[in-house]
Design a protein around this ligand. Structure first.
Ligand code: HPA
Ligand code: MG
Length: 224
């Protein structure tokens, strides 16, 4: 997408259809402190890990042998970044191709309850001059309208990296998308609010491994 050098045709990842009901919570384990707060397991942790392993390989195939700066978008992106970096490290250990990586963290704030607010703050991105001439991989947990990503790309591009790629674990099918899609997509999902695997609802549910759909009572319980 934001690729200054070349654009890869977007692969939309594993497509989860609108009518996907998720798995019954009884089929999996999850912390008892969230019982009653969830409707279903939408994407089991193991599936996330398997998909992430493959994304790591795709990234390695495209970018192997060049230094990479991983730009992890906090807070939601910490788990996906960590697992993606682990995947790339595992491939580097086991082949002749290897990517020396640096990891940098930035934070975006734009959500209250389950609603996006217009004003976006970027924290930790004031001086990204070390990105000059580097290959950059922005790692985001979730992309919906693409507005946030578009703004972030504009900000990062100003520091003149050699190349920018974006990895997004989830892309939501939403109306009014600005068609700013990641180069590497884990899953394309319906327009539902999901939690777990570091995605939060008012800071809760980051400590849940599976990606789940919140129940109405869960929404009420943690509303602010
Ligand atoms: N869950 C958690 N955080 C989010 C979501 C979501 O579905 N969409 C955007 N930020
Ligand atoms: Mg959040």
């Amino acid at each position: 997408m934001a690729d200054i050098v070349s654009r890869t045709a977007g692969d939309c990842g594993i497509v989860i259809e609108d009518n996907w009901p998720g798995y019954s919570l009884d089929l999996f384990s999850y912390p008892v402190h969230y019982s009653g707060d969830l409707e279903c397991v939408y994407i089991p942790h193991g599936v996330i890990m398997d998909r992430t392993e493959r994304l790591a390989r795709n990234i390695m195939d495209d970018l192997g042998d060049h230094d990479l700066v991983v730009l992890c978008v906090l807070k939601g992106g910490y788990q996906f970044s960590a697992d993606l970096v682990e995947g790339i490290k595992a491939l580097s250990r086991n082949s002749n191709r290897t990517i020396p990586m640096r990891v940098h963290f930035i934070r975006l704030k734009s959500y209250l309850n389950d609603q996006s607010t217009e004003d976006l703050q970027i924290v930790g991105a004031e001086d990204l001059s070390f990105l000059n001439g580097k290959n950059v991989l922005i790692v985001e947990a979730i992309v919906d309208t693409g507005k946030t990503l578009k703004m972030l790309l504009k900000h990062v591009e100003a520091f003149r990296p050699k190349m920018i790629k974006v990895a997004g674990l989830l892309v939501k099918r939403v109306p009014h998308s600005v068609a700013c899609l990641p180069d590497y997509v884990g899953f394309e999902i319906p327009n539902r609010f999901v939690v777990g695997y570091a995605l939060d609802y008012n800071e809760y549910f980051r400590d849940l491994d599976h990606i789940c759909v919140l129940s109405e009572s869960g929404k009420m319980k943690y509303k602010i």
